[in-house]
Design a protein around this ligand. Structure first.
Ligand code: FES
Length: 584
């Protein structure tokens, strides 16, 4: 591949000549680089091609990426078919249930790894292979900042399994069976038995959890190949998408189609629309905020809420509905959803194919299916997520209204407060805990700083004694997150968090709290002078083991949920505006 000339005749190195190691002599740097890589058997012809880097996030600790070797092989095939040279390289991989204290704590580290390894190594385009919850946002954040031609390849969802004649899949059913076990509806033998049935293959969670949500968001943003969000991990469709991804990456290197041309305000607006219409994970809004932040845009959560009032949930998938990801794929995948949403989308947004979203949708066939509803006959009349504000959350909070109990969405109750996760673990199942079904469970100090890393602990279990009495849902409030696979009347991302001294820190057991989803409000019904007294006596928790290393950086730089929990120094110094712009 010959080097490119810019308009003002500056020669931009390409391929192996990009980003030479600094030895003070560029000719020698290239000579040395070629000498070393020839040790792996490459010819000069191969080394003179367009180079596509493939980020390999395969890891024994990440079964959600268990098909990475096959995907890499298929991407390489696509790159070679298009005349390029594919070189794979590793970055951090984050498996959701294998990361302590929580995968979110590591997302920004992975994004930094992604950005810097894209920058440091010679490549004309990059394919990001990701799937498990935090990997796709981390990769998109890093690639957005690096800004070379990029395609995101999703690993794909796992297959569903079967347990005693019932179809099951991770991880909505994991929570359902665990709830039944806690409520003594199933015994020890059955919980052990179902543990082997819930995950039937490698791949990401089989419901509309965070991984599936981020896959759909990627396609809606135009950074995933059209049709690339939903093929399950172990299918031929997934491998074909991988091959096409490799081919397209070479084409993008040729045309210079960089993320800044794709990840525009219109693309983010489309993605917000899709997040609402798929009944997507509440984590999706945090990750989208972080990715948009890298491009210089803040998400206007009030305007997002107005979008929610006009964007119904169309996808009948767990946890909001009944189907699984493989069913959505058979129903035409995200493209069926996008076709239904067409009047609400910016059809002129560009995709990785170089064509607009509208042009891509023109080719999508319509057929009868029962997974994606029409706008006239939705699963839920409003968007999946509602944005709340009030005296308990001055900077906001969210609720996944499509997965909540309709009878609890207008509710006033007595607070039963847990100071942190340890306190919750210690007292929740105490038979003497003073708690009733219409109380509101409050968990403090699981925010971005408090835990740290804002763990998915916002899905507080129903206290055992109530679960055994048949209680299935209660209003639960925290400054943490919740898995996209969970359901319930759960208020999350309360901002500012308790560890920063937000009003959540002042709540005491016995206080009254009022939730009104219709009014988009969450209020602590305590007199201001009493709150002032509590504020004066408040002692904030000190971060533990934060004297050095990544943990020190994390505590110093982490932003709140309304800024995507990105590190402050990773966002651009000057922001360009707010998204969505349409409702301003
Ligand atoms: Fe990896 Fe759910 S645990 S996607």
């Amino acid at each position: 591949m010959t080097d490119k000339k810019t308009d003002d005749a500056v020669v931009v190195p390409t391929g192996l000549r990009k980003g030479l190691t600094n030895y003070g002599d560029t000719g020698f740097s290239l000579f040395l680089r070629k000498a070393f890589i020839k040790g792996a058997g490459y010819t000069d012809d191969a080394l003179d091609r367009t180079i596509v880097g493939i980020i390999n996030t395969g890891s024994g600790y990440n079964p959600c990426h268990g098909n990475a070797p096959q995907l890499i092989e298929a991407v390489k095939r696509g790159v070679m078919l298009a005349g390029g040279l594919a070189i794979d390289f590793p970055t951090i991989s984050i498996g959701e249930s294998f990361s302590t204290p929580t995968s979110m704590y590591l997302r920004n580290l992975m994004s930094m790894d992604t950005e810097e390894m894209i920058r440091a190594q010679p490549m004309d385009a990059v394919v990001l292979i990701g799937g498990c919850d935090k990997t796709v946002p981390a990769q998109l954040m890093g690639a957005a900042s690096a800004n070379i031609p990029t395609v995101q390849l999703i690993t794909g969802s796992m297959l569903t399994g079967g347990h005693r004649g019932v179809r099951v899949g991770a991880c909505t059913d994991c929570r359902r069976y665990w709830g039944q076990y806690r409520g003594q509806e199933i015994d020890e033998a059955e919980i052990v038995e179902v543990n082997s049935k819930l995950v039937a293959s490698v791949g990401t969670c089989s419901v509309m959890g965070t991984a599936s949500t981020m896959a759909c968001i990627g396609e809606a943003l135009g950074i995933v190949m059209p049709g690339g969000a939903t093929p399950p991990a172990v299918t031929s469709d997934r491998m074909r998408i991988a091959e096409l991804t490799g081919k397209q990456a070479v084409e993008m290197a040729r045309t210079g189609l960089t993320p800044d041309k794709i990840l525009t305000p219109k693309a983010f607006e489309n993605a917000l629309r899709v997040l609402l219409a798929i009944g997507g994970s509440t984590n999706g809004i945090v990750h989208l905020t972080a990715i948009a932040g890298r491009m210089g845009y803040d998400i206007d959560l009030e305007a997002f809420d107005r979008m929610s009032r006009e964007t119904p949930v169309l996808v009948d998938l767990k946890p909001s509905g009944q189907h699984y990801m493989e069913d959505l794929h058979r129903a035409g995948g995200l493209q069926t959803v996008l076709r239904e949403l067409r009047p609400l989308l910016h059809l002129d947004a560009l995709t990785v194919t170089g064509r607009t979203l509208g042009e891509e949708l023109d080719d999508v066939p319509a057929f009868t299916q029962d997974v994606v509803r029409s706008v006239k006959d939705p699963i839920y009349p409003y968007g999946g997520i509602a944005f709340l504000r009030g005296s308990l959350a001055p900077e906001g909070a969210i609720i996944k209204q499509s997965a909540a109990d309709a009878t609890l969405m207008e509710h006033e109750g007595r607070a039963v407060v847990f100071e942190n996760s340890e306190d919750l673990a210690r007292r929740l199942d105490d038979p003497d805990l003073d708690v009733n079904a219409d109380d509101i469970l409050v968990l403090k100090n699981i925010g971005p700083i408090g835990a740290p890393g804002m763990p998915e602990a916002g899905y507080l279990p129903i206290p055992k004694k109530l679960a055994r009495a048949g209680v299935k849902d209660m209003v639960r409030i925290s400054d943490g997150r919740m898995s996209g696979t969970a359901a319930g009347t759960i208020v999350l991302h309360v901002t500012p968090e308790a560890a920063l001294g937000g009003p959540l820190a002042l709540v005491q057991s016995g206080d009254r709290i009022r939730l009104s989803v219709s009014e988009r409000s969450i209020d602590l019904l305590v007199a201001e002078d009493e709150l002032e007294r509590r504020r004066a006596a408040l002692v904030l928790p000190t971060p533990k083991n934060a004297e050095r290393g990544y943990r020190k950086l994390f505590f110093e730089q982490i932003t709140q949920a309304d800024k995507g929990c990105d590190f402050d120094f990773l966002r651009p110094p000057t922001m360009q505006g707010r998204i969505p712009t349409r409702n301003d």
